[in-house]
Ligand binder design. Sequence first.
Ligand SMILES: [Zn+2]
Ligand SMILES: [Zn+2]
Ligand SMILES: [Zn+2]
Length: 146
Amino acid sequence: MTDNLSTTEKLANILNRAGYKYTRPRQMVAEVLLDAKRHLSAPEIVDTVSEIDPSIGRMSIYRTLDLFTRLGLVRPAFQDSSVAHYVVMVDGHHHHIICQGCGRVIHFEQCPLEELTSFLQDKFNCEINGHLLEFFGRCNDCIQQD
Ligand SMILES: [Zn+2]
Ligand SMILES: [Zn+2]
Ligand SMILES: [Zn+2]
């Protein structure tokens, strides 16, 4: 996997390698997930995709989310609610700092978990393909308001 590919191209490649075509519903779900300014829940994804292309049925959107989850392209995350919001995994990583004051989600790229990943793989004799890392606390704005 080369680094100059866009995330959409990477998604398409992962699907192809797993034997799935990059069909229109899959393409639309991927684009909606990647374009969103925040993480969307399944019903929000269904609504957004249907607005763009009403010919895509709800069931095929839900099936696409299941497929993406199974392939590790997205993970459901639970932020402030019991409704899952889908995060896009970039090469198996997704990192959050979540503010418990205002709900703001900060993303960061640097991965602090490489050593832990090797340790866990050795300890449990397993293969780790990715992680969703979430820190909880308070953002700078919320700290300033005190
Ligand atoms: Zn995120
Ligand atoms: Zn905050
Ligand atoms: Zn990471």
